[in-house]
Design a binder for this molecule. Structure first.
Ligand code: SD4
Length: 311
């Protein structure tokens, strides 16, 4: 199992025993995603996620094993486990993506329980942001605290330290490979903190935040969604692997595309994890600060990525 960020052990360690005893990769990524989503101390997914500019927490999540086997939900704000709901969309409907009110009514019909997603700590951070955005500890949230509008983006001090620190929390993406060699990918997020209400990022869009094809491999993204969307990041990585690139080569080329095509500011970060169909895997980030969590029979390790494009 390969998971984005350094808080990966809590999900990997819960899901890996099932994988090791012959369970399906798909079950493992759903299990891990649920653990992250239910943990209120992780402020970028599920319960405890930071809200949008209006103080409302909205979640996006998706799951995928193959082009004809994927599901997603976006803009869910009364249910804590978007990846589980995405799996139901995949298994029980002819559709791939449900959003907003329709996704919530579907979840309700499927028996999911409504839950309050905004926890006190997240509400306090939001209040602080609303009162004085400059008082937010940008070091802590660097990498995913967005410039909200073009004016702010233009005003950002380009000399500030770039990228997110090792401890920063972010969207959780997971790739699992089971004993039969089947791959599955999942991605779950509360999106950018204090985003413009209605904004949906890359995480639950098939091809952008995640992609999986048993013939080629899987990739999952984290970071500033707007930079990932425009290059179809996860899809691009899988297609490069299909043509023979290693996971690290495919990630490097995709990160270079992002760097070339966007005007990057201090807050921007993009990172990917990827695995090919043969079981090779890798990770990479635009800037320092990203770490992945890898679990196999030898245990769980939180490690620096193989690629960091910028110092
Ligand atoms: C998004 N990629 O909504 C997600 C969130 C994230 O760094 O990973 N932020 O843009």
């Amino acid at each position: 199992m390969l998971t984005t960020w350094s808080f990966g052990p809590v999900g990997n360690d819960a899901a890996f025993p099932g994988l090791a005893s012959g369970g399906e990769a798909l079950d493992a990524v759903v299990h891990a995603a649920t653990v992250f989503e239910d943990d209120p101390s992780i402020d970028s997914v599920g319960v405890g996620g930071l809200p949008d500019a209006d103080g409302v927490v909205t979640l996006d999540g998706a799951i995928m094993t193959d082009p004809n086997r994927c599901g997603a939900v976006c803009f869910v704000n009364h249910f804590a486990n978007p990846v589980q709901i995405a799996r139901r969309v995949m298994e029980k409907t002819i559709h791939i993506t449900l959003v907003g009110d329709g996704a919530e009514r579907f979840a309700e019909r499927e028996g999911f329980q409504r839950r309050e997603l905004l926890v006190e700590r997240a509400r306090e951070v939001w209040m602080q942001w609303r009162t004085d955005p400059s008082a937010i500890d940008r070091d802590m949230y660097q990498g995913w605290l967005p410039p909200i509008n073009i004016e702010e983006l233009e005003g950002i001090d380009q000399t500030k330290r770039r990228g997110g620190p090792a401890g920063s929390h972010d969207t959780v993406g997971m790739i699992a490979r089971d004993v039969q060699g089947r791959l599955a990918a999942a991605c779950t997020t509360s999106g950018m903190a204090f985003k413009v209400p209605g904004r949906v990022g890359d995480s639950a869009i098939i091809g952008q935040g995640l992609y999986c094809d048993q013939e080629a491999g899987a990739a999952v993204a984290t970071g500033t969604g707007e930079l990932i969307t425009g290059v179809n990041g996860a899809f691009l990585i899988v297609e490069l692997m299909r043509r023979g690139a290693t996971p690290e080569e495919a990630i490097t080329e995709t990160l270079e595309r992002v760097r070339k095509r966007y005007k990057l500011v201090d807050e921007h970060q993009v990172a990917f994890i990827a695995a090919d169909a043969r079981g090779n895997w890798g990770s990479g980030a635009l800037r320092p600060g990203f770490r992945h969590t890898f679990t196999d029979g030898g245990g769980t390790r939180v490690e620096d990525p193989g690629v960091e494009l910028e110092e």
